[in-house]
Design a protein around this ligand. Structure first.
Ligand SMILES: CC(=O)SCCNC(=O)CCNC(=O)[C@H](O)C(C)(C)COP(=O)(O)OP(=O)(O)OC[C@H]1O[C@@H](n2cnc3c(N)ncnc32)[C@H](O)[C@@H]1OP(=O)(O)O
Length: 453
């Protein structure tokens, strides 16, 4: 029996800052960001958008565009690292919004939950849903990945920001891709990137707030949770490389093959926190798994990294990147980081590219290398299904991204600081954040959303 993705929808922030504008404002060479990291545009949420809005929009599109009968949906599992609540999952908000749109009992018997493990939470949700459908072939599940990748102003992560969601229907008769049963995992507990609760004084908050009454009853010190992570960029890259390399070679063992695994994959889809992360991280695996022994067994440790860098610059590796990785990078360059959604956007970008260029890829195998900080990697593979093109006909990824509205640097900074009160774009056919309760004691912090026709 096959299990996999039957349909995909997405919603990304539809305003963006050109990366060149950010580079100039921050005194960074634009070529470093454009040619070194592959960044062109950075999407950013509008005033009325948050992770719940993106998730609800992607889910609503999936249900409407693919005429999904909600009685058939047994699970909605959400991958996210942008939760706004330690108790109530984003999945609970999504159910509430689907009830508003499709009827009070629309998903009354559906199991819903959030999965959090940095950027790999969506892959964890997918793996669970695939297992569920394998056991219950008549049932269907939906995986939603939704995030706002927000970094501090002036930080090394600032140029990798982005925001949006994907929703994927998982069935036992998938039209887009069927996943194989082998999944390899590599895990290690580290602090490369995380979003801890931090202690902050009431004085510091009130000094930075224009709404003092909100803080009147607070203690002198409180714990706050920031959207922005604490991270060590170069260390996070090292963890990414170590985990994916280990998972890749475990995957070879699972498959009991000595063949160069990446040669068996038509396309490679990796977690892309920025467009060129995959190509910068994969050169080591490319060299180690080569039949030509690019890296000799007796190489001195001091020469190892130099050799990997040489491989990354070689003509052979560049050709390999163009053929196998570049299609997944295209959307990332125009969006930025989607955290849990990045790997799935890579899949959609690859398929949308082949769709737009009329390339038939049915029957080919795609390899997936997922990563989440903290840290965990999963390697798995799937086969593209004969009906992938008809299943993607409505998606129009690149046409949609073309319609994004450019914003200037001042607008970006005021959105980042939450100072802007009026949306940049007038919402249409989408969910919006209406208000956050500030007064009723039993509802303080509750978020309310509405659908705008
Ligand atoms: C969240 C996760 O998924 S964990 C894994 C990734 N980590 C993150 O995303 C955390 C947040 N981001 C960050 O910390 C940073 O943005 C990082 C670590 C991703 C990048 O760090 P930076 O210090 O900005 O860049 P770094 O020095 O590593 O690389 C710059 C690249 O541009 C290249 N470059 C620099 N200047 C130029 C130029 N003028 N023209 C062309 N290329 C240039 C460099 O050669 C280098 O590429 P190479 O190593 O392939 O040769």
């Amino acid at each position: 029996m096959k299990t996999g993705i039957d349909a995909i929808s997405f919603d990304v922030a539809n305003i963006h800052l050109p990366i060149k504008t950010l580079a100039i404002a921050r005194n960074i060479e634009p070529e470093k960001l454009e040619k070194g990291l592959g960044l062109l545009k950075m999407t950013f949420p509008d005033v009325h958008q948050d992770a719940i809005v993106f998730g609800a929009n992607a889910l609503t599109k999936l249900i409407i565009d693919h005429k999904i009968n909600l009685n058939e949906i047994s699970r909605i599992y959400v991958g996210t690292e942008s939760s706004i609540d330690s108790s109530k999952p984003i999945a609970s908000y999504l159910i509430n919004l689907m009830e508003q749109k499709f009827g009070e009992d629309a998903l009354a018997e559906c199991d819903v939950v959030d999965f959090t493990f940095a950027c790999i939470g969506g892959v964890d949700a997918l793996q669970n849903c695939l297992d569920f459908v394998k056991l219950n072939p008549a049932k269907k599940a939906i995986v939603v990945t939704t995030d706002f990748a927000k970094y501090d102003l002036n930080s090394g992560g600032e140029y990798t920001q982005g925001a949006g969601a994907l929703a994927m229907l998982i069935t036992s008769d998938p039209k887009i891709i069927a996943f194989d049963n082998n999944w390899a995992t590599s895990t290690k507990g580290v602090f490369d990137f995380f979003k801890p609760y931090r202690t902050i004084s009431k004085e510091a908050i009130t000094q930075n707030s224009n709404n003092d009454s909100w803080f009147d009853n607070l203690e002198a010190e409180i714990e706050i949770h920031k959207d922005q992570p604490v991270f060590d960029g170069q260390y996070s890259n090292q963890c990414y490389m170590d985990r994916t390399r280990n998972a890749y070679f475990s995957f070879k063992k699972l498959k009991n093959t000595t063949e160069t695994l990446y040669n068996t994959w038509h396309s490679i889809v990796m977690h892309l926190p920025y467009s060129f992360q995959g190509r910068r991280m994969l050169s080591e695996i490319y060299a180690l798994d080569s039949s030509e022994k690019i890296i000799a067994d007796d190489i001195a440790p001091a020469d190892y990294q130099t050799k990997i860098k040489e491989v990354a610059k070689s003509e052979d590796y560049r050709t390999f990147v163009t053929e196998k990785l570049q299609p997944a990078e295209l959307a990332s360059s125009l969006i930025g980081n989607l955290y849990t959604g990045s790997i799935f956007m890579g899949l959609l970008s690859t398929l949308a590219h082949f769709y737009d260029t009329n390339k038939e890829v049915a029957g080919t195998k795609f390899g997936f290398l997922a990563y989440g900080s903290g840290s965990k990697s999963k390697v798995f593979e799937g086969t593209i299904q004969p009906e992938w093109q008809s299943a993607l006909a409505k998606t129009k990824l690149f046409e949609n991204l073309e319609e994004s509205t450019e914003i200037g640097f001042e607008t970006y900074e005021s959105l980042h600081k939450k100072e802007l009160k009026q949306s940049v774009r007038t919402p249409k056919n989408e969910w919006v954040l209406e208000r956050i309760e500030k007064d009723i004691p039993t509802l303080i912090g509750a978020r309310y959303y509405k659908w705008i026709d």
